[in-house]
Design a protein around this ligand. Sequence first.
Ligand code: 1GP
Length: 241
Amino acid sequence: MVNIYQNILSAKKESKKLLAVLIDPEKIDIKNIPAFFEKVHQSITTHIFVGGSTDKNNQTKNVVTVIKKTTKLPVILFPGDVAQITQEADGILFLSLISGRNPEYLIEQQIKAVPYLKNVDLEILPTGYILIDGQKETATQKVSKTKPISQDNLELILNTALAGEFSGKKLIYLEAGSGASVPVDANIITLVEENLSIPLIVGGGIRSKKQLENTFNAGADIVVIGTAFENDENFFNELKK
Ligand code: 1GP
């Protein structure tokens, strides 16, 4: 069995940066997965995240099944809701939307997931999920009916991240939202990383190699990119191993 979390911790210890490609089952065409992964495999990608705010056609299971046949990279669910959980993946970000105050995404969905999770062999990664204002109303905001934290409110962002760590989360995810106009600011990432003991994931609105490097240099342990690869697979060419 892959030990996803131990590998993330080892990478952090060795200052090895990790790149997760986010695949949205609503947006990818299953027949394009093999060609997409040829590019993934030539790039510095280390993890595959699968999920979206919604999955109206229930494609997650089919998409993950094909991805697992195509790659040896760890495949981690990043589910918008309990219906997106499927045992074909290796692990799951067990998200709690701690920037929001909607009980459905703080604890209800997690409780609903338990009957399924206790019967499958997915590695569970407890994750404090923090929405940061990316200057665009994102699908996550609409679906969760919560507001992101302003990028100016450094104290609230930091205290929310630390509250996540103190309550036992193993990862903190700073999320500007898929397709964000503005990614999470480097100063926020540095402040949170310097005060946090657990690994830090950052995503939302990262579209260039320069932005990726800035995000890593600011202190992100894992960067998540989805939209930029959906829009232009040639972006993988800039991120060759
Ligand atoms: C969204 O953080 C991820 O949940 C990735 O965002 O699609 O903007 O890369 P992008």
